[in-house]
Write a protein that binds this ligand. Structure first.
Ligand SMILES: [Zn+2]
Ligand SMILES: [Zn+2]
Length: 241
């Protein structure tokens, strides 16, 4: 599903376009070559690839899949995706151990409760803050945005129309929604800092791992999250969701 000239939504159970348990999965059109952000929970890989084809792309051009963080709903499809497309798998260096060992941070019990099971992916490369990964014509910039998990990363691009888009994984959602907090590896002060960091990047658009994307006014939208994260806890608790 085309969102902009550069960004396509190709997976996401919330939108009914792939399997249950899938986070939002985005395709970046890098001028022929393709990059994927996250891979879903593991049972939607073939549907995600079909969605890429339906959007008019050749899945053989998929060069890289970025794993924003280790949670099962983001990495579950990675092993199968790599087998089917031979794309590279990249994650932040602070998240690599959790991903390749499927350790407690991955939330495998929660995955199994939802009927998901998958093999641990092998990573081709790890990245760190400030890295720029070039795919086709597009430089994809790595921002280390910890807090949801230790090695959460966001990915920033300049889109074809000149606007700045950031793929935020689960560190920032839209409309002030906080999402899943208090899992293993959760760190509230770091999370708050990461939201401020994202605001300082002044994105026009954000593409989160859950909930809806924001194609205009994303920086102001992030400020809502910032306010909520720094509000009295009673306000936070009553507004989670
Ligand atoms: Zn998560
Ligand atoms: Zn998630």
């Amino acid at each position: 599903m085309k969102l902009t000239d550069s960004a396509f939504l190709v997976g996401g159970s919330a939108y009914g376009i792939s399997a249950a348990g899938d986070c939002n999965t985005y395709l970046i059109d890098c001028g022929g070559d393709l990059a994927l952000v996250d891979t879903g929970g593991g049972s939607g890989v073939k549907t995600i690839l079909e969605n890429i084809r339906l959007d008019g792309f050749d899945t053989k051009r998929l060069k890289v899949a970025f794993l924003t963080h280790c949670h099962f709903d983001h990495i579950g499809g990675a092993h199968e995706l790599k087998q089917l497309t031979r794309c590279k798998l990249l994650a932040h260096e602070d998240e690599a151990g959790a991903i390749v060992n499927l350790d407690e941070n991955v939330l495998m019990d929660m995955a199994r409760d939802r009927g998901l099971n998958f093999k641990a992916p092998k990573l081709d490369e790890t990245v760190r803050d400030g890295d720029c990964i070039t795919v086709g014509e597009v430089g994809i910039n790595v921002l280390h945005t910890p807090g949801h998990t230790p090695g959460c990363m966001s990915l920033s691009i300049t889109e074809r129309d000149g606007k700045k888009g950031i793929f935020t994984g689960d560190i920032a959602s839209t409309t002030g929604r906080l999402g899943f907090i208090n899992g293993p590896g959760f760190d509230l002060p770091k999370w708050k800092s990461s939201i401020k960091r994202l605001i300082s990047e002044k994105p026009d658009r954000i593409y989160p791992g859950h909930n809806t994307f924001m194609l205009r006014g994303a920086t102001n939208d992030l400020m809502l999250t910032d306010q909520k994260m720094n509000a009295p806890w009673t306000t936070i608790v009553t507004s989670v969701g």
